[in-house]
Design a protein around this ligand. Structure first.
Ligand SMILES: Cc1cc2nc3c(=O)[nH]c(=O)nc-3n(C[C@H](O)[C@H](O)[C@H](O)COP(=O)(O)OP(=O)(O)OC[C@H]3O[C@@H](n4cnc5c(N)ncnc54)[C@H](O)[C@@H]3O)c2cc1C
Length: 396
């Protein structure tokens, strides 16, 4: 009987898992069905959701999966029964089950939304394509109205969203936009380290983005936010960018998750303590260089996916699996029209800034992280090899 590898999720980890499994199946001449189950027909280049033009940020999954013979199922995963090796999903309002011989869990992460009054009703975000489109549509309608945007969360996503905002607002016809970036931490960007923080501050200053450290939001409404202590920040738009959590279905596995709800995997991406289940991307963690835990990023999610898909096939065929280890780590942060920031290493040493770093960022966002879009079967299989890329190119 044909065995089945079932990949859950069509993001960076899921897509590359399925493609790598198809590649390994072909290389090893195995009779294995590879199926990708996702709630959308699109592969979203989620990292671009803060940008103004999202028209090119989705790739049809079928355009990449079909040429290499990966089946696609559309539905929302609702449960995983590890003991029976069954996944339950909902499609067209009907609940269905599908079995697996090997599973790759790659349902990713979600923006953490604390139970702050008014946040879910009035807050915007850039977590998904749909949410980012809703924000951009709202901004386009602001032209005759308000001009203040409050971005909450001074991590990488919040900084990128805030840095892009003045240009977005001007493009919407607002001559004097006001953008405020607020965070719990006293200093915005402090996680980025001593060399990067002054560069971030310089860029935000040049862009006219106000920084508010030490801020805790107590409530959100249609006209802004109320802070703990009662202070008001009047804003027609509040964008929530404060933190990520792994997908809640990670709770379906009988293992202890980390503080971000991620599943513990070993270097082959198999979930620790389980026999047939792998996990990759934002939903999984292990010391990626032997020391540092994975970062929720496409930088780690894509290679995790390639290794998980390859190893799922090898495991099924009782072949040796490949351990993933990535010796380098980079952060390339978009800083709007000012440029970008490129740092290297876990201690984040400055490599380049401004226009030079922006060139790297654009290459990443527009080329490096896309699957081949030619439909060429061999090019797709080659791109899915379980290898680690070299760090992004440096300019200047
Ligand atoms: C605005 C923004 C900027 C970012 N910038 C960067 C950056 O510069 N560099 C970087 O490395 N990372 C960045 N990230 C993080 C990066 O996007 C994530 O780490 C990456 O998307 C994780 O990939 P993933 O495949 O694990 O999960 P996801 O991309 O979240 O994919 C999950 C998949 O699962 C599907 N799914 C979810 N739930 C279900 C369900 N119940 N049933 C079926 N399907 C489901 C989704 O539709 C999706 O296809 C950024 C993120 C955001 C939001």
């Amino acid at each position: 009987m044909t065995s089945r590898i079932l990949v859950l999720g069509g993001g960076f980890a899921g897509l590359w898992s399925a493609l790598a499994a198809a590649r390994a199946r072909e290389m090893l001449g195995a009779d294995i069905e590879v199926t990708l189950l996702s709630d959308t027909p699109w592969h979203s280049i989620r990292v671009r959701n803060y940008e103004a033009d999202l028209s090119d940020t989705r790739v049809a999954l079928d355009s990449v999966l079909a040429p290499v013979g990966v089946q696609r199922l559309e539905g929302t995963v609702t449960g995983i029964d590890v003991a029976r090796r069954i996944v339950t999903h909902e499609a067209a309002r009907a609940s269905q089950e599908i079995g697996y011989d090997r599973l790759v869990f790659a349902l990713g992460s979600r923006l953490a939304r604390p139970p702050i009054p008014g946040l879910s009703r009035h807050g915007f975000d850039v977590d998904t394509y749909e949410a980012a489109m809703r924000l951009n549509a709202h901004i386009a309608k602001l032209s005759t109205g308000g001009s203040t945007v409050l971005v909450v969360g001074g991590g990488l996503t919040g900084i990128e969203a805030a840095a892009e905002m003045p240009a977005k607002l001007r493009a919407a016809g607002i001559a004097a936009p006001r953008v405020i970036l607020a965070d719990h931490a006293p200093r915005i960007g402090s996680d980025m380290g001593d060399e990067a923080v002054p560069v971030i501050e310089e860029a935000l200053q040049a862009l006219g983005v106000e920084r508010r450290g030490g801020v805790s939001v107590a409530a959100v409404d249609a006209r802004g936010a109320t802070l703990q202590g009662g202070e008001r920040i009047e804003a027609e738009t509040v964008v929530w960018c404060a933190g990520m959590r792994a997908h809640p279905l990670t709770a379906a596995f009988p293992v202890e998750r980390d503080r971000l709800d991620r599943l513990p995997v070993d270097a082959t991406l198999k979930i620790r303590g389980l026999d047939a289940e792998f996990a990759a991307g934002d939903a999984a963690t292990f010391p990626i260089d032997g020391i540092h835990g994975c970062v929720m990023s496409c930088q780690h999610g894509r290679p995790m996916g390639r290794f998980a898909g390859h190893n799922a096939v090898c495991d099924l065929l009782h072949r040796p699996m490949l351990p993933l280890s990535i010796a380098w780590y980079t952060t390339i942060l978009d800083l709007g029209t000012w440029g970008a920031l490129y740092t290297e290493g876990w201690e984040r040493k400055l490599v380049s800034r401004g226009a030079n770093a922006k060139q790297t960022k654009e290459l990443i966002n527009r080329e490096r992280i896309y699957p081949p879009r030619s439909g060429d079967r061999q090019a797709i299989l080659d791109a899915a090899a379980p290898t680690v890329q070299t760090p992004p190119v440096k300019f200047g």
